[in-house]
Design a protein around this ligand. Structure first.
Ligand code: ADP
Ligand code: MG
Length: 246
């Protein structure tokens, strides 16, 4: 039984016919059109596509940060359209972890304070939050930098801190928007290995990337063009993998 099977086919995220229009009338932009996508536990889905193809829009909708014009988002069995704002806030705090291209760490807080912040916002006692944050930093091999400020960390260490913050306290759906864009390829690979290990432990995730070598860390690669899914390849399809690495 491989790791994915052990964690079962539990669906973490489902997008059903999601469309998104910005603006109205002559200025209307169609950013997504009828997108269907599921992410299961233990599964990392890469999204590739040209600039402006709708990748970031898809991620913000998948994370409940933006409500789509039409279609449904289901996170861990909960239809977001049925969720109260309190339920939505709880899902964002407890299930979802975002990783951004530019790290988005709070400069005035140390690495561990950055990681424990979402837990404290969720009402955790400081001591308990600190222990969980230390666990998350250990996962990305950064416990020895826990008390450093972001300015004193390398780019890769900052991004690993951001990954720790995205998974701390057992967050299970990790949404990463070009998390390796600002990193050299060696450091980018390190960050992806950390992400992959969290996914293999039972989280699920979406990785937006421009880099086919990075997409090859995913189980599936979904290609977006003009807001539509135009192609999908699986990692266990050798010809697809060769194509993705070319
Ligand atoms: P990507 O991340 O693939 O570069 P985006 O999701 O950022 O693509 O953008 C998809 C399309 O939606 C683009 O045409 C972009 O200009 C447009 N768009 C994105 N966000 C907004 C917004 N807040 N208001 C208006 N148009 C937007
Ligand atoms: Mg984008």
């Amino acid at each position: 039984m491989n790791r994915r099977e052990r964690h079962g086919a539990t669906e973490l995220l489902r997008l059903e016919g999601v469309s998104m229009h910005y603006g109205s009338g002559a200025n209307a932009v169609s950013a997504l059109s009828g997108v269907d996508l599921t992410v299961k536990r233990g599964e990392l889905v890469a999204i590739m596509g040209a600039s402006g193809s709708g990748k970031s829009t898809l991620l913000t909708i998948a994370g409940g940060l933006v409500t789509p014009t039409s279609g449904e988002v289901v996170i861990d069995g909960q239809y977001l359209s049925d969720a109260s704002s309190a339920q939505l806030a709880a899902i964002r705090r407890r299930v979802l972890g975002f990783v951004f291209q530019d790290f988005n760490l709070v400069p005035a807080l140390t690495a561990i304070e950055n990681v424990q912040l979402p837990l404290e916002l969720d009402g955790w006692k400081r001591h308990k939050a600190r222990l969980a944050a230390l666990d998350a930093l250990r996962l990305v091999d950064l416990e020895d930098r826990a008390d450093h400020f972001p300015d004193d960390l390398s780019g890769g260490q900052q991004q690993r801190t951001a990954i720790a913050r995205a998974v701390v306290g057992g967050r299970s759906l990790i949404l990463a928007d070009e998390p390796t864009g600002a990193l050299d390829s060696h450091t980018g690979e390190l960050v992806l290995r950390m992400l992959r290990s969290r996914i293999d432990d039972g989280a699920g995730g979406i990785l937006v990337t421009h880099d086919a070598r990075h997409a090859a860390w995913a189980d599936r690669i979904v290609f977006l063009k003009d807001g539509r899914i135009v192609n999908e390849t699986r990692r266990d399809d050798p010809s697809a993998l060769l194509g993705a690495r070319a």
